[in-house]
Design a protein around this ligand. Structure first.
Ligand SMILES: [Zn+2]
Length: 83
């Protein structure tokens, strides 16, 4: 798979978003074990927000990688075309 600066940037952000999501999820589980309803409520919102960011980034990566393969296909066609 080809990668460019944008790919690397997106994957880096995705890595950070994943880490934050996992951390929040762990905190949420801990708050649930403690029966801390107020904390569970606020952490649930935060966790859902983090999950959304992660999903959005994954989608951005998918779209961006598609643009790579599309460019590769077009290049291939140009090379294949008879003279
Ligand atoms: Zn790229």
């Amino acid at each position: 798979m080809q990668s460019c600066e944008l790919c690397q940037d997106l994957w880096r952000k995705y890595g950070i978003a994943t880490k934050i999501h996992v951390q929040l999820d762990n905190k949420l589980r801990f708050a649930a074990l403690q029966d801390d309803h107020g904390l569970v409520q606020s952490l649930t919102m935060e966790t859902e927000g983090a999950e959304q960011i992660r999903t959005d980034l994954r989608e951005a990566i998918r779209k961006h990688e598609k643009s790579h393969s599309l460019a590769a296909t077009q290049k291939q066609r140009a090379t294949d075309s008879p003279k």
